[in-house]
Design a protein around this ligand. Structure first.
Ligand code: ZN
Length: 388
């Protein structure tokens, strides 16, 4: 199965590349950061804020949407795009990670995973097949397969092996369910190399915890299945940077070049640039908006906690290099005041900045890859960010 993915440039000194992923809602330029709209909303932001920040693709959570407002309701409303008034692309995760986060309330069987709702304790079953059906009801552009996620910090190899074995069998079932749901010939390549995509795409999830040999095995297995792209799941969960780098390399080195790779749940600048260097194309994370609501922002010279007293009198932007609405309009002093006065507008303004910071970081990474200067770009950004 070919992916509607056009590689535009490749770095000579690393595996970094730039490209365009085509979906039924347009083009997504990679490497890309995707803001997370957990419950059909990026917390505190509107679709206009997200467009102005340069977002091309959002991530939403099948688990949350299934429980509330329910995927059936979304289908009645014409799908998630129409419901939340977003006409860019949307990727949905499969619920595997959310269910993993409820260890007391989940039970994994061959058929699927049973879990209890975090709202009312009601019992539910996710299977590889019904998750594809739920994503179809949501109407997202990119669907992911149900997987078994385990903790990456000190996992036992036995547990990682068991989780991988089930994930592989579920992936085969999800691929068959996709083929029954989506007509085969919905992607056509145009004469300029771009693609027209009429239906949703399918991404497989690669597990294997921190073990490079399991990661390699998972990548080779997924490469043999009919999917349009690959998710790297189960990382950024407490492992060291070196363990993360080794796991990512073991995956990307064993995947076909012509399909996009998406690192699930990663949204910190240093780690993202290290993953781009290893050939990762897509990222998402709730972290930038979650910490913004606690007053923490990323700037080109490192993290700033806007509630600190030193910012009360600073009549300068959060980050003088940032082009976001917040930095173009307001001073640190004003934002510090809003946060200390518990004004909700501070959540919006700081979230806009953090989202734009990561989107712009990926835009600059794309420019550097195209210019053949990615590794020096990466080194400069990280040095400045970490204050070294
Ligand atoms: Zn800004």
């Amino acid at each position: 199965m070919n992916a509607p993915f056009k590689i535009l440039s490749k770095d000579k000194n690393s595996q970094a590349r730039t490209g365009i992923l085509y979906t039924k809602h347009g083009a997504v330029h990679t490497p890309v950061f995707m803001p997370v709209a957990t419950q059909a909303c990026v917390k505190a932001l509107t679709d206009e804020d997200l467009k102005n920040a340069g977002a091309e693709c959002l991530l939403s959570n099948t688990y949350h949407l299934y429980l509330r407002p329910t995927t059936k309701l979304l289908q009645q409303m014409g799908g998630l795009h129409q419901f939340m008034h977003w006409n860019g692309s949307i990727l949905t995760d499969s619920g595997g990670f959310q269910v993993y986060s409820l260890p007391k309330f989940r039970k994994i069987k061959e058929e699927g995973v049973t879990f209890q709702s975090h709202h009312d304790g009601s019992k539910h079953l996710f299977t590889p097949e019904n998750v594809i059906q739920f994503e179809s009801e949501i109407g997202s552009d990119i669907w992911t397969m149900l997987d078994v996620c385990i903790h990456a910090k000190d996992p036992s190899k036995h547990d990682a092996r068991e989780a991988l074995n089930i994930t592989k069998r579920w992936a085969e079932r999800a691929a068959r369910a996709y083929e029954k749901t989506v007509p085969v010939q919905h992607i056509t390549q145009n004469s300029d190399g771009s693609f027209s995509v009429k239906n949703s795409l399918l991404f497989g999830i690669i597990q294997g915890a921190i073990f490079p040999d399991l990661r390699k095995e998972a990548a080779l297995h997924m490469a043999g299945l009919p999917t349009h792209g690959y998710c790297i799941g189960g990382l950024s969960l407490g492992e060291t940077l070196d363990q993360m780098k080794a796991a990512v390399s073991a995956v990307t080195e064993n995947l076909p070049e012509g399909k996009p790779r998406y690192f699930m749940g990663l949204g910190t600048p240093v780690e993202m640039l290290n993953a781009v260097e290893r050939g990762v194309d897509m990222f998402d994370c709730v972290w930038p908006t979650r910490v913004a609501r606690n007053g923490m922002v990323m700037t080109s010279t490192g993290r700033v906690n806007i509630k600190n007293a030193e910012y009360r009198t600073q009549d300068i932007p959060l980050d003088s290099e940032c082009d976001c609405f917040t930095c173009r309009t307001y001073s640190r002093a004003y934002l510090c005041h809003l946060f200390r006065a518990q004004e909700l507008t501070s959540h919006r303004l700081l979230s806009i900045h953090n989202i734009r910071f990561l989107i712009r970081l990926m835009e600059r990474a794309r420019e550097a890859i195209s210019a053949g200067t990615f590794l020096s770009f990466k080194e400069d950004v990280i040095k400045k960010y970490l204050g070294k």
